[in-house]
Design a protein around this ligand. Structure first.
Ligand SMILES: [Cu+2]
Length: 151
């Protein structure tokens, strides 16, 4: 009886793996600088991407304590609130409020020479919604922000 159940589980696992074969992971690269800027003002992800993998590079030299950058994705209407409420959370929490639910995806905060990656499913995104990416290091989101387009 146990064996049959295990076989059933195995075939389910295989079925799931088969489904993943149709997945399309789309890569996005973005850099941050010591001048408090990203090198992109807009990121566009095609509608057939099932997952997005964002790699953030800090091309500068300053440490995370002085010029830390992260990459945070949220609805454009949530951006100001996420940034201002994340300010007090501190570097160990990547300047994101504990229990923050408005963030769709984010990398950790990194300093010069470092790289961080985040992968998320596009099923988290709604067509027709306006999304923005931004840095939640205190004061940065006024300059470090851009439009995220899906579809
Ligand atoms: Cu920043």
């Amino acid at each position: 009886m146990k064996t049959i159940r295990m076989l059933a589980c195995l075939s389910l696992a295989f079925a799931a793996t088969g489904a993943f074969a149709a997945d399309k992971v789309c890569q996005v690269e973005i850099s941050g600088t010591d001048q408090m800027t990203y090198d992109k003002k807009e990121i566009a992800v095609a509608a057939d991407c099932t997952e997005v993998e964002v790699t953030l590079k800090h091309a500068g030299k300053l440490p995370a304590q002085a010029m830390g950058h992260n990459w945070v994705l949220a609805k454009t209407s949530d951006m100001a609130g996420v940034a201002s409420e994340g300010m007090g959370a501190g570097l160990p929490n990547d300047y994101l409020k504990k229990g923050e639910t408005r963030v769709i995806a984010h990398t950790k905060v990194i300093g010069g020479g470092q790289t961080a990656t985040v992968k998320f499913a596009t099923s988290l995104l709604k067509k027709g919604e306006a999304y923005s990416f931004f840095c939640t290091f205190p004061g940065h989101s006024t300059m470090m922000k851009g439009v995220f387009k899906f579809g």
